[in-house]
Design a protein around this ligand. Structure first.
Ligand SMILES: [Zn+2]
Length: 239
């Protein structure tokens, strides 16, 4: 018996509701991706950072007031400004293309023609559905097409895209497609393993699960290349 045959509908407020309807209603279309781009309005950068901080400070103060917090309290009175600055200058600074890391490429003069893997790139992002942290590690790989990139730039690129309200699927694709563009090659792989605090600290409150997403393009679509990459991820190297 398939699960759907065991219970395909439930009683809710006296109505018979198909279980699929309930699930769809709960999920909304949160995870339907229409584009790899972060959905931004055309006027996203009309306001300066300073104006954004002022506006967010005002609105965040209003949220705290609605919650009943006393904004005259010494410990709380600076919070609206702190949160506003943190949003604009730190945790969401990757929304602004001006903050894209400047990347210098080098000629692959030593003719290294194997894959390069940088693993365990740690990042902090924020889930765009709940605005709570996503904590994870990205593993990226590419095969040089004549150009190589400074290793720390790989960290910077991961962190640039992480500093946005995100869903993990989009974060993975944004890193992958950016690396393809920068390096001028299709041969790029990205695997992300992350913990979502919206799953751990609220909602289902599962503190142990992590989510894995991947991006395999070019030669990484081939079984042999992909499994070589995955083998490196299993290595526990001590430096
Ligand atoms: Zn979430």
């Amino acid at each position: 018996m398939k699960p759907s045959e065991i219970m395909s509908s439930i009683q809710l407020n006296g109505k018979n509701i198909a279980l699929t309807d309930v699930l769809v209603d709960e999920m909304g279309d949160n995870h339907v991706q229409t584009s790899v781009d972060t959905p931004l309005r055309n006027d996203a950068f009309v306001l300066s950072d300073e104006d954004k901080i002022k506006a967010i400070e005002k609105h965040f103060r209003a949220i705290m007031e609605v919650l009943g917090l006393d904004l005259n309290d010494d410990s709380l009175k600076g919070t609206p400004k702190r949160v506003a600055k943190m949003y604009v200058k730190e945790i969401f600074k990757g929304l602004n293309p001006e903050n894209m890391p400047k990347v210098t490429l080098f000629n692959n003069s030593y003719h290294y023609n194997q894959m390069l893997v940088e693993k365990n790139i740690s990042f902090y992002s924020n889930c765009e559905h709940h605005f709570v942290p996503i904590i994870g590690r990205a593993h990226v790989a590419y095969i040089s097409n004549g150009k190589v990139i400074g290793l720390s730039k790989l960290n910077r690129i991961v962190n640039y895209f992480a500093k946005r309200p995100q869903v993990q699927e989009r974060l993975t694709m944004q890193i992958g497609t950016a690396l393809q563009k920068i390096l001028g090659t299709q041969d790029v792989a990205v695997v992300i393993d992350a913990k979502h605090l919206c799953v751990a600290s609220r909602g289902i409150e599962d503190d142990t699960s992590t989510t894995v997403t991947s991006f395999y393009e070019g030669k990484f679509k081939e079984e042999a290349t992909r499994s070589e990459f995955l083998k490196y991820l299993e290595l526990h190297t001590k430096v």
